[in-house]
Design a protein around this ligand. Structure first.
Ligand code: NIG
Ligand code: FE
Length: 400
């Protein structure tokens, strides 16, 4: 329970516009009660019942919904700076993976790191995101690839939510890579699916993810994981068509996925299917930048099919060691040609949708009072800065 209060003297960036805009309300007010928004609008139209409510003057600043990072891998052991050096010497991301580096090298480091050390490292990353106005973070497993370590990662993710003022939502990503020496089919059936069932039984899983790619798993293998997810009543998402088109986006649509992520190589037919399934396309420019991809996701096709686009950091030790949601927004604009309004929708309204949340991502009555107050005068400044952080204050669950 928090006492009701009214934020005044602000520009509300509601993200409620039907089209591509920000849904700006100038000279706005915003009433908060019990952790939820109970009213927002132009201050002169403020209902009389708020006349005596305590006021907090925002000094003319911009207020947005708190940001949402809807795709991260921030629980991991070690780092992969060596691979960064190898790529600078000419090796590709895929060559490094085939040579035993890549995801499986982080698997070794994550297995070898204690639960408390994994938690300490992850908390530092979470604090970095919170300091940029983030209030909801999706965290994936997928660097365990055995039952014990997959569950360890997910327990760490749950522990973060008890230790910091932030919402954490987990995705089980057992189908991320096959551990060294394992046949992929045997791994899926004998390790991944049993680990999923166990993690779900322990209340550690909010959704399922999988990596559909030549260096990872094919559609048939992932379909078996998704069928298990469906039987457990869990929604799915997928790392799809990042390095080549291997049918991941189409598979996402087939399973009414929350989202298809990366999607650089999705084609027109894939996008039409995604539009029909109502899934979100999650754009991850940090990975595109790090591995110097050439193929830009089909942004105009997403636009013409009204596929909602989200933007996330994909923070992970290999393809996207990116600790800034604001820089992800900047990169989405500069590299993928999103408008700043699309980039902000991508880390608010559409990111909420990519995680299946209806109670956040916009400023409207009934939404959670997770807000970010910014020292900027126009919302485009949030995407325009490179390595800047204009956050003035974050409000989490109505607590100022
Ligand atoms: O989102 N694409 C697969 N998974 C991660 C990369 C993980 C890694 O390289 O460790 C990604 O890019
Ligand atoms: Fe990822």
């Amino acid at each position: 329970m928090t006492e009701p209060f009214l934020l005044t003297n602000l520009t509300a960036v509601t993200m409620m516009a039907d089209g591509p805009g920000y849904g700006l309300i100038r000279n706005a007010g915003l009433a908060i009660e019990n952790g939820y928004i109970t009213w927002t609008g132009a201050l002169p139209t403020c209902p009389l019942k708020y006349a005596k409510t305590p006021k907090h003057d925002c000094g003319g600043r911009l207020v947005t919904p708190a940001l949402i990072d809807c795709h991260t891998h921030i629980v991991y052991g070690g780092h992969r700076a060596k691979e960064f050096e190898m790529r600078l010497e000419g090796a590709s991301y895929e060559e490094i993976a085939y040579a035993g580096g890549g995801i499986v090298s982080t698997v070794t480091a994550t297995r070898d790191t204690s639960e408390s050390n994994l938690l300490a490292a992850a908390l530092r990353r979470v604090d970095t995101l919170i300091a940029q106005g983030v209030a909801t973070i999706e965290i994936k497993s997928g660097y365990g690839l055995d039952q014990e370590t997959e569950l360890k990662m997910l327990r760490v993710a749950r522990a973060i939510a008890r230790l910091r003022p932030v919402h954490i939502t987990t995705s089980f990503l057992g189908a991320h890579a096959a551990p060294a020496g394992h046949d992929k089919n045997t791994y899926i059936d004998d390790v991944c699916i049993p680990a999923l069932k166990r993690a779900h039984a322990e209340g550690l899983v909010d959704a399922i993810d999988a990596f559909c790619e030549g260096i990872a798993f094919n559609s048939d293998q992932i379909r078996r994981v998704f069928e298990t997810a469906r039987a457990l009543g869990l929604r799915v998402k997928i790392h799809a068509d990042q390095l080549s088109n291997t049918g991941g986006t189409a598979l996402a649509a087939e399973f009414d996925a929350l989202s298809a992520d990366h999607v650089e190589y999705a084609d027109d037919a894939d996008v039409a299917k995604l539009a029909a399934s109502g899934s979100v396309a999650v754009l991850l420019p940090g990975a595109f930048y790090t591995i110097r991809e050439k193929q830009i996701p089909p942004i105009n096709t997403f636009r013409s099919h009204n596929v909602p686009m989200a933007v996330a950091t994909d923070w992970n030790p290999g393809s996207s060691p990116l600790g800034s949601i604001l820089l992800a927004m900047n990169m989405a604009c500069t590299l993928f040609r999103l408008t700043p309004a699309e980039a902000l929708a991508g880390t608010t309204r559409n990111a909420a949708r990519a995680l299946g949340f209806r109670d956040r991502g916009t400023l409207a009555k009934g939404q959670r009072a997770d807000l970010a107050i910014w020292d900027v005068t126009t919302p485009a400044e949030l995407s325009y800065g490179i390595g800047t952080n204009p956050l003035h204050k974050r409000i989490f669950g109505g607590i100022l």
